[in-house]
Design a protein around this ligand. Structure first.
Ligand code: ATP
Ligand code: MG
Length: 439
């Protein structure tokens, strides 16, 4: 027997039962960003491999171990994007969108790909919603990014379940001095470091701060901290950010171990974390990357952004029972027709109703069937009304209109009067519902 085909490990189907939550999350976010003046950008999923090698950096887990890379038919090395920032920077440079100091406030959403060990909250195809701002060097915009994510948590009802961790990485000179101090400290304790951290001591020492190894973390307790090395300007920038968060009442925890182990990340870094999802607790991570654009050969251009993990947010909504009811949108009307002539009339009538009542969710019975079976389907569709067309109705140019969600009487309505009558019926049903009668 041939092996049955299955989805690739770590790549999930998002089934119809789940898409309403996804749409809810995406539309809540899109409306919020509209309100803050951000514009959507849509970017390719495939890019040249070199883009990520330069944009994320050799020596990172993502580039060294996690990318889906292949040669295309033209022998060109391509990679499925593991994140959105690099592609976004490429696009704004390619289209001259940041020249002359033009400010860009952009957002995007879509699938990202990383070859990781799949587990709850960690997949090989996952989705991010990301925001990037260019040519705004001040702490005001860093604060705005955090403030708007805080508003999102509030709108989703999860504000109590997430906390904000904050750090400043300082200037690249400050980081270089700190890096030397950290390396000197750890070098003396080399044998006590875990294997990954030993390797990172030469490739990417700041990432050691992020180690999950308990013994390494214990060693770090007395290590020099980045804060003691911060330059004056970065210190002032960080104070400016904190003052704005204080002004709107957003609580934060300073975490000196929060790092992005790349040279072009500097100053602000932040993460929103939750303790409700187990190990995969970071739902949103961001920071300032003023040095990144020069990596791509562009003029020095300040950049700051964040990305949130959609799967983790969906899991959190579900875990906290915050998925609103009625996200699924059931049909309003289900049209039953009996006999070929009635079926023809039904399809024409249905299209006239769609013309007259835009937004009407109308299902026309397909595949014929007895009275009983068509009503069963009408009921299952969630529709408020079944419209019935048989030989008698056809002869009288009427339809039977049967309320399915309350016990009002079935009535016959003339075809021409149907749109208007149906609109009235909906209004009445709505009034009953708001008065507590379920329809
Ligand atoms: P982690 O430490 O969890 O691996 P990361 O630092 O690799 O995260 P980023 O590159 O900063 O993650 O991505 C931003 C966000 O995207 C993360 O905070 C997380 O919510 C989400 N994310 C990252 N990788 C995955 C994945 N493999 N599956 C699901 N969500 C992910
Ligand atoms: Mg990761």
């Amino acid at each position: 027997m041939s092996k049955s085909l299955q989805a690739i490990r770590g790549m999930n189907d998002i089934l119809p039962g789940q898409t309403p939550v996804w749409r809810y999350l995406e539309s809540t976010f899109a409306e919020l960003l509209d309100a803050y003046g951000y514009s959507e950008i849509r970017l390719p999923i495939l890019e040249l491999t070199e883009l990520f090698a330069r944009g994320i950096g050799e020596g990172t887990d993502v580039v060294d171990k996690e990318m889906y890379t292949f040669l295309d038919r033209n022998e060109e090395s391509l990679t499925l994007r593991p994140e959105g920032t690099a592609g976004c920077v490429r696009a704004v440079l390619e289209h001259g969108m940041t020249g002359g100091g033009q400010v860009q406030k952009l957002w995007y959403t879509g699938p990202m790909f990383r070859y990781e060990k799949p587990q709850k909250g960690r997949y090989r195809q996952f989705h991010q919603i990301g925001v990037e701002v260019f040519n705004q060097p001040g702490p005001d915009v860093d604060a705005e990014l955090i403030i708007l994510t805080a508003r999102l948590w509030k709108q989703l009802g999860m504000a109590d379940a997430v906390t904000l961790q904050l750090n400043s990485l300082g200037s690249s000179e400050a980081r270089a001095t700190y890096r030397d101090a950290l390396v000197a400290y750890l070098q003396q304790r080399f044998d006590q470091l875990d294997e990954d951290s030993q390797r990172r001591l030469t490739t990417n020492p700041l990432r050691i701060l992020d180690s999950k190894n308990a013994q390494t973390q214990a060693l770090l307790a007395d290590a020099p901290t980045l804060h003691d090395y911060l330059d004056e300007e970065s210190r002032a920038h960080f104070e400016g950010l904190k003052a704005r968060l204080d002004a709107v009442g957003i609580a934060y925890e300073i975490n000196p171990k929060l790092v992005r182990g790349l040279d072009y990340y500097g100053r602000t870094v932040f993460e929103w974390v939750t303790d409700r999802l187990g190990a995969q607790g970071t739902v949103c991570a961001g920071g300032r990357y003023d040095g990144l654009i020069t990596q791509f050969g562009g003029k020095p251009t300040p950049g700051v952004g964040f990305a949130m993990g959609v799967e983790r947010l969906v899991l959190l909504l579900e875990t906290l029972a915050l998925v609103p009811e009625h996200l699924a949108r059931p049909a309003h009307v289900y049209v039953c027709a009996f006999g070929e002539a009635a079926e023809l009339a039904a399809v024409a009538l249905a299209e006239r109703l769609r013309d007259a009542l835009p937004g009407l969710r109308l299902l026309v019975n397909a595949g014929g069937g007895s009275f009983k079976s068509q009503f069963k389907k009408a009921d299952k569709s969630g529709a408020r009304f079944a419209l019935i067309l048989g030989e008698d109705e056809l002869a009288g140019r009427v339809v039977g209109c049967k309320p399915l969600r309350d016990d009002s009487e079935q009535e016959n309505i003339a075809w021409d009067a149907l749109p208007e009558r149906l609109a009235v019926c909906f209004e009445q049903a709505e009034t009953k519902r708001t008065k507590g009668v379920s329809v």
